[in-house]
Write a protein that binds this ligand. Structure first.
Ligand code: NAD
Length: 433
């Protein structure tokens, strides 16, 4: 009997596995599951696969090869997994069963079994009774860290004078904070019940007709996020990790994020990490060689810092909401979301993804920029340890952009440049390898 309800894994590749310390063991022909996604998803994902296949082939002389395994989420999943039900049966389903049609159990199981996956954007079904498939994927697979590297690609127009000074990697907490989904509609029974409890029992003075959202933040989720951020800084040679928070106002959530971040650093990385206080007290304000500076910044000041002193920051660790804001602000600073990659990473699995949405008005027109999902694939290859293939893709993209062979979103910011299509951009990158 097949392991999956409607999926048959390829037989010409092997699974990525882990050793006893949790390190990845990547075979020469790893099977990588992918979700094409909705809207512009299929075209940008096709372009990404073509670029990755060419880079792997060129780099490893056909010794290595990715074996792609299509799995489904979003509208394509619904077409396949709802086929066994009548419209009436679907109408009568509860929201969890509807979600299972858009995000089938097969898909989640394959990602867990194969450890590393990549996806295009997904439409959030309207009236599905759940917020977003992307949030569901992160929460159901416990992908607790949203990782966004941000740096400038030569030739991409940017709104600041020195975009090349940005070289930051954002680790945004993905599970809790005000995004945990615990909120109650104004004037609902539950909101009133909660407000009454808070006012009667805890002495607050909340207006009865208010909407209420809950902001849980825990040592458990903060510590594993900061651990991942510090390990990344060590592995990739960054010399600072900055805890970004709003702890001056929200002392027991954001403030704790900061305290717990320092505590984790002291408990587990005291041989390599030093604080700003210690650096000034013992080293005249200079970072000793081989050490990583752990510092913290208030979120509003950090928005100034990324513009005024970007080169003083490397790895950033943030709670969910601040992380969301700063990810897009930094992406804009180096020229927009068109080339911004992302990944959601947990201890069991990692899903790399385009950071933009499904852009329905451009779907099927061979028009949009596949750069975001291609750079997400570069992150994925790096995560797999295939770094030589990453380098070849990055260099080829830079060369292609400098030749002014770009899609419409970049072309319209340059003078007298005729845009090329999604697949043509991929072809140009491949030619430049
Ligand atoms: P969007 O990212 O789809 O579009 C915002 C703007 O950016 C549009 O003008 C669009 O044309 C442009 N754009 C997006 N991707 C582009 C690309 N690759 N190249 C050039 N231009 C590009 O955001 P939206 O309109 O707010 O959302 C549309 C749908 O996407 C919604 O259903 C939303 O839920 C979903 N969404 C999904 C994800 C995800 O899957 N990670 C993220 C954001 C939004």
């Amino acid at each position: 009997m097949s392991l999956y309800e409607k999926l048959t894994p390829p037989t010409n590749g092997e699974k990525i596995t882990r050793d006893k310390d949790g390190n990845l063991i990547v075979p020469d022909k790893p099977i990588i599951p992918y979700i094409a996604g909705d809207g512009i998803g299929p075209e940008v994902v096709d372009a990404m696969r073509a670029v990755v296949d060419a880079a792997v082939k060129t780099t490893y002389n056909s010794k290595k090869e990715i074996i792609w395994f299509e799995i489904f989420a979003g509208e394509k999943a619904r077409d396949i997994y709802a086929a066994d039900f009548t419209e009436k049966q679907i109408e009568d389903m509860d929201s969890k069963d509807v979600r299972d049609l858009f995000l089938p159990k097969d898909t989640l199981k394959v990602i867990t079994d194969y450890i590393v996956a990549i996806k295009g954007p997904l439409t959030t079904p309207i009236g599905g009774g759940f917020r977003s498939l992307n949030v569901a994927i992160r929460q159901l697979l416990d992908l607790y860290s949203c990782v966004r590297p941000v740096s400038h690609i030569k030739g991409v127009p940017a709104p600041v004078k020195t975009p090349e000074k940005v070289n930051m990697v954002i680790f945004r907490e993905n599970i809790e904070d005000v995004y945990s989904g615990i909120e109650f509609e104004p004037e609902s029974k539950d909101a009133k019940k909660l407000i009454k409890f808070l006012n009667d029992e805890l002495g607050t003075k909340i207006i009865m007709e208010s909407g209420i959202g809950i902001k849980p933040m825990s040592w458990a989720n903060t510590s594993r996020l900061v651990r991942m951020a510090i390990k990344y800084a060590i592995d990739k040679g960054y010399d600072s990790v900055t805890l970004v928070h709003k702890g001056n106002i929200m002392k027991f959530t954001e403030g704790k994020f900061k305290d717990w971040g320092y505590k984790l650093a002291a408990q587990e990385f005291s041989d390599i990490v030093i604080s700003e206080d210690e650096m000034w007290a013992k080293h005249d304000g200079k970072l000793p060689k081989g050490k990583i500076l752990i510092k913290d910044r208030i979120a509003d000041s950090m928005f100034q810092q990324i513009l005024l002193r970007p080169d003083e920051y490397g790895v950033l660790a943030l709670p969910n909401l601040n992380g969301d804001y700063i990810s897009d602000a930094l992406a804009a600073q180096v020229g927009g979301l068109g080339f911004a990659p992302g990944a959601n990473i947990g201890d069991e699995a990692a899903v790399f993804e385009a950071t933009h949405g499904t852009a329905p008005k451009h779907a099927g027109k061979n028009k949009v920029n596949p750069g975001s999902v291609i750079f997400s694939a570069v992150m994925m290859l790096d995560y797999m340890g295939w770094t030589e293939a990453c380098d070849i893709i990055k260099t080829a993209i830079e060369k292609t952009v400098l030749q002014k062979k770009v899609t419409y979103d970049i072309a319209r910011q340059l003078k007298d440049v005729t845009p090329i299509g999604t697949s043509n951009f991929a072809d140009a990158i491949i030619e430049n390898m």
